[in-house]
Design a protein around this ligand. Structure first.
Ligand code: HEM
Length: 537
């Protein structure tokens, strides 16, 4: 089955010219010269010094000296796999994206699962969010669904992302710990940022210690748009539903596994695929007509909110199967460059301020991580359809562009490609009407930071609630600054009084009185009070 997938998968065909297998071949230099002796450097005499002339030595050591690249600034530890996606029925009512309208098409995918906080060598089973990034190599170009295994996020505005990550990452003085949560800077930030409360409930739940990547849900988090051929738009939330169900380990198991096998999730995914137990997920969508944009008591543009499935059910529209392990971790998994800005005609963005900020960040970081402007030419990153544009040159350029012109318009012919019209499948941004004043303020529709945190807590079974309480006690118990512990328990009083009481008692703290008005640090000191009434009024 793996071999069949390998033959039929267009992305695998696309990779094949770059695949090298040295088995049984004679070793050569980079310039293709056969080498007789790869064990001894060239020396002046039997016991003499190595000679500068030894180009075989110099080349080998130089390449080795340059083998490392920077790890991702977040999501550094990850595992990847190839696979395919197929939609069950045409979604043309909502989108013109070919891979979502043609059930006969099998679209190649590459998926990378990750933790967020730890470095490349950290343990798989840290309490953390898991990344779930999918690259669809569609016939109309690449679509990346760069999501997580939790449906909400810590912050509402991308301007806070560097602050979040500085707080989450190992502390700067001693580079401890390799986990998101059990330390002062994390809880200091979280307890000062009430908008993170909903996400923190997920992070302290069993969702943060998955049994396997194969048993995790995935979420696009933001509200996106689907746009159909008539240029009608619907809002959409994307989901991945694992066919093996959602499973977690217990915290005690997670700690033991981390010690015995830090590669637990990576190994599990690899072995499942090698043995033909291909993991599968259904792609789900929650679709909201434009006319219903303001019908919820939260804002669809607020990434700290879910759309409860009772309000908008998840329709399962297609299936993804991961059926082939990478040949080379570095070339494929490490060099993969996902970007939420990689969309195809039929999928578009919304004004979620977290989404908008991400649109800038990914290419920017990849320019440095992958060494310049030509990283889209790296085999794992290039689309399966041809690329034609007037971009030229730069470090490590691979493409040999024919012709004299690399500008438009031109009358000499050659390189200059023609521009597509919408009718020919070109991308046109959705014509959303915007009339606004320029303003650096948080929308009041983003202000309710606690209702959905409570909703999440109430959705948990009694044992799951106990796990959450235990997790808060464990994680906050590692915090040295008592004021931070206290402030966090104060936040929890606004989620659930019993939760706060249990956590406080576990930490030997008093339960603070619930403040009259929910804390809201997003409100600037000089804000117009009219704009800052709680939402909904
Ligand atoms: C990497 C998800 C918010 C910046 C990633 C990855 C995932 C992800 C899954 C790893 C991709 C891979 O496997 O290579 C998310 C989700 C977010 C979010 C679901 C919120 C809904 C943000 C924000 C920013 C950001 C707000 C910055 C403003 C980055 C950067 C990387 C990254 C710089 C490293 C990319 C690379 O080196 O290739 N994110 N992220 N993310 N994310 Fe995010």
């Amino acid at each position: 089955k793996t071999i069949k997938a390998l033959d039929e998968n267009k992305k695998i065909e696309n990779l094949s010219p770059d695949i090298e297998d040295s088995t049984g071949e004679i070793i050569t230099t980079n310039t293709g010269v056969k080498i007789n002796d790869d064990h001894n450097s060239l020396k002046a005499g039997d016991r003499g010094p190595t000679l500068m002339e030894d180009f075989i030595f110099r080349e080998k050591i130089t390449h080795f000296d340059h083998e490392r690249i920077p790890e991702r600034v977040v999501h550094a530890r990850g595992s990847g796999a190839h696979g395919v996606f197929r939609v069950y029925e045409s979604m043309e009512k909502y989108t013109k994206a070919g891979f979502l309208t043609d059930p006969s098409r099998e679209t190649p995918v590459f998926v990378r699962f990750s933790t967020v906080a730890g470095s490349r060598g950290s343990t798989d089973l840290a309490r953390d969010v898991r990344g779930f990034a999918t690259k669809f190599y569609t016939d109309e170009g690449i679509f990346d669904l760069v999501g997580n295994n939790m449906p909400v996020f810590f912050i509402q505005d991308a301007l806070k992302f560097p602050d979040l990550v500085h707080a989450v990452k190992p502390e700067p003085h001693n580079e401890i710990p390799q986990a998101a949560s059990a330390h002062d800077t994390f809880w200091d930030f979280i307890s000062l940022m009430p908008e993170s409360t909903h996400m923190v409930m997920w992070l302290m739940s069993d969702r943060a210690i998955p049994r396997s990547f194969r048993m995790m849900e995935g979420f696009g988090v933001h509200t996106f748009r689907l746009v159909n051929a008539a240029n009608e738009s619907h809002f959409v939330k994307f989901h991945w539903k694992p066919l093996l169900g959602v499973h977690s380990v217990a915290w005690d198991e997670a700690q033991k596994i981390s010690g015995k096998d830090p590669d637990f999730h990576r190994r599990d995914l690899w072995e499942a695929i090698e043995s033909g137990n291909f993991p599968e997920w259904e792609l789900g969508v929650q679709i909201v007509p434009e006319a219903d944009e303001h019908k919820f008591d939260f804002d669809l543009l607020d990434a700290t909110k879910i759309i409860p499935e009772e309000l908008v059910p998840v329709q399962r529209i297609g299936k993804m199967t991961l059926n082939r392990n990478p040949d080379n971790f570095f070339a494929e998994t490490e060099q993969a460059a996902f970007h939420i800005g990689h969309v195809v005609p039929g999928i578009d963005f919304t004004n979620d301020p977290l989404l908008q900020g991400r649109l800038f960040s990914y290419t920017d970081t990849q320019l440095i991580r992958l060494g310049g402007p030509n990283f889209q030419e790296i085999p794992i990153n290039r689309p399966i359809n041809p690329v034609h544009n007037n971009q030229r040159d730069g470090y490590m350029r691979q493409t040999i562009n024919r012709g004299r012109s690399s500008y438009s318009p031109n009358s000499l012919g050659g390189g200059d490609p023609a521009q597509a019209k919408a009718a020919e499948g070109g991308f046109t941004s959705y014509t959303e009407k915007i009339s606004a004043v320029k303003i650096r303020e948080r929308s009041r529709s983003f202000f309710d930071h606690f209702s959905q945190a409570t909703l999440f807590y109430n959705s948990q079974s009694d044992p799951e609630k106990q796990h959450l309480i235990d997790a808060f006690r464990f994680e906050l118990g590692k915090v040295e600054t008592v004021a931070v512990r206290q402030r966090m328990v104060g936040i929890l009083t606004q989620v659930d009084k019993d939760l706060a009481t249990q956590v406080a008692h576990g930490l030997g703290l008093e339960v603070p009185e619930m403040p009259e008005k929910p804390i809201n640090h997003s409100v600037p000191a000089d804000a117009d009070p009219e704009r800052y009434e709680p939402f909904p009024p």
